[in-house]
Design a protein around this ligand. Structure first.
Ligand code: AMP
Ligand code: MG
Length: 489
């Protein structure tokens, strides 16, 4: 099909040379078939339904055919995993297929995850299972709907290829698209392997392709590091405000664009639990929800170290020193929006601390609380009806009443409609809860895609009401809480 060939497809990364990875031939899925695709993402790329349901696209997605005749490329990177440097990483089961230019001129990497073994597979089989692939597919849409920077998932294929994990599962592929697949670990690899010329080449490539305005800066490499620090701070602020726990914040899972990257055992908080650890393989809680800001800085410091051949050490330290302030400003802004506070007042930190204590003490569902709060005008906050509505998610009525009074006082000078409008575009009704993802996976494994489609509908517009799908806003029952999630994928 002509659209999968042509001059809008290029492959600049693969032309950087052998220091950056290796050309590979993927291993096709057995009986690979299109499972689902994201029509919104397709539209961004300029693809329509008939193209996505074509034989040509099925063959690309099933790793049978390359994109535009270009040999796929496995990227080399390393990184710090749980604090330890691992030199043996790289695209072990995913390959870059090429770069796709959309109608606006934006270049999108096409990356096929689960396409078979590569030189970096180590002992792995090069495959991804339906379960983990669908989790990434759903999370990419969820984050997009929440306006949080993320990679996108264009489509998924399923197959008859058996894959051994804790049990036998079937292999799937995910076609991930984003402007860059460069991770912190790409820079770490070239630094630790002392390929410092190539390190400069990578920085030049990233600037030219993603941040051309930085080429004009007095010190472009320092400006690049600064940009990555700022984007990462902004992204983490949004994770903390929405209640997202990534789970595996290794430096090879950190994007230089500040996008949420590599979805593994992630979770959105149900009950507000600051120390929540979604990854059951994370025994020390290194990647717990409330550790994410500190870990992001740790990861940026690892990146900063890899920048030492390019940027003066003092400058690097100054740039890293700006992270905390940037994050704090972005986080405060995001949290004030959640409460509809258009201005900042010194007493706000007390209001927030009391709120966090209330939510934690009552194991209150984080998303439900803010959604509910965004439904009431100031004068209705303390009525019996309102308190009754909160009862199912917050048992301590006295503490709740105290906090709502303080909040009522705080907002009584603000315009109610403006406050509620702000809150209603900030506090989603729908969030990708693990029990919902799990239900979609179990149905999908039996060939039923309806739960996936329903979830995608609400996740694409999580601030809307969707009355016929309102059950998808329910917090988990006690049985559905705390589903075990491992790194196995
Ligand atoms: P991840 O946990 O998905 O971030 O992957 C960490 C590293 O392990 C990366 O280098 C992956 O490419 C590699 N990897 C993960 N799963 C597999 C697999 N099934 N086969 C080969 N390599 C894998
Ligand atoms: Mg990874």
């Amino acid at each position: 099909m002509a659209v999968f060939n042509g001059s809008h497809i290029s492959f600049s990364f693969s032309q950087l040379g052998s220091a950056f990875g290796e050309h590979v031939t993927p291993t096709a899925l057995e009986n690979g078939r299109l499972f689902t695709y994201n029509a919104e993402v397709a539209k961004q790329l300029g693809l329509n339904e008939s193209e996505l349901t074509s034989e040509a696209f099925r063959a690309i997605l099933s790793a049978e055919q390359p994109l535009a005749g270009r040999t796929p490329f496995a990227m080399k990177y390393t990184g710090h995993q749980f604090g330890q440097y691992n030199p043996a990483l790289g695209d072990g089961r995913g390959v870059l297929l090429g770069e796709w230019r959309d109608a606006d001129g934006t270049l999108w990497d096409w990356h096929l995850k689960g396409a078979g073994k590569t030189p970096y597979s180590r002992h792995g089989d090069g495959r991804a299972v339906l379960r983990s692939t669908l989790r990434e597919y759903l999370a990419s849409a969820a984050m997009t709907g929440l306006n949080i920077p993320t990679t996108q998932a264009l489509a998924m294929a399923i197959s008859d290829t058996p894959v051994m994990r804790e049990r036998i599962e079937t292999a799937a592929t995910l076609l991930r698209v984003t402007e860059s697949h460069v991770r912190f670990g790409h820079f770490e690899y070239l630094f630790y392997s002392q390929q410092h010329e190539a390190l400069g080449t990578l920085a030049d490539y990233v600037i030219a392709r993603h941040f051309p305005e930085l080429a004009e800066a007095e010190k472009p490499y320092a400006a690049l590091l600064q940009e990555i620090v700022e984007r990462t701070a902004d992204m983490i602020a949004q994770w903390q405000a929405i209640g997202f726990n990534h789970g595996v914040m290794n430096t090879d899972n950190m994007s230089i664009l500040g996008q949420t990257f590599d979805y593994g055992p992630y979770a959105f908080l149900d009950d507000f639990d600051p120390g929540y650890i979604c990854n059951h393989s994370d025994y020390s809680g290194r990647y717990a929800f409330n550790q994410q800001p500190a870990i992001a800085l740790w990861n940026l410091s690892a990146l900063g170290y890899a920048f030492t051949p390019l940027v003066d050490k003092d400058v690097i330290n100054d740039i890293l020193g700006g992270f905390e302030h940037r994050l704090q400003v972005a986080y405060s802004r995001a949290m004030r929006d959640k409460l509809g506070l258009s201005d900042a007042q010194p007493s706000d930190s007390d209001l927030f601390n009391q709120l966090f204590a209330l939510l934690e003490g009552n194991q209150t569902d984080y998303t439900c609380f803010f959604y509910q709060l965004s439904q009431y005008r100031g004068d209705a906050l303390l009525t019996a009806g309102t308190l009754n509505q909160f009862k199912s998610i917050c048992q301590d009525t006295q503490a709740l009443t105290e906090w709502l009074s303080a909040y009522q006082q705080r907002v009584h000078t603000l315009d109610d409609s403006t406050r509620l409008a702000c809150m209603q575009r900030t506090n989603p009704k729908y969030i990708l809860r693990n029990y919902l993802a799990q239900a979609a996976i179990e149905a999908a494994e039996k060939g039923d895609l309806q739960p996936t489609h329903d979830l995608m509908t609400v996740l694409a517009h999580p601030f809307d009401e969707h009355p016929s799908l309102a059950h998808l806003a329910n917090p988990p029952t006690d049985d559905n809480k705390g589903l075990a999630l491992s790194c196995s994928s």
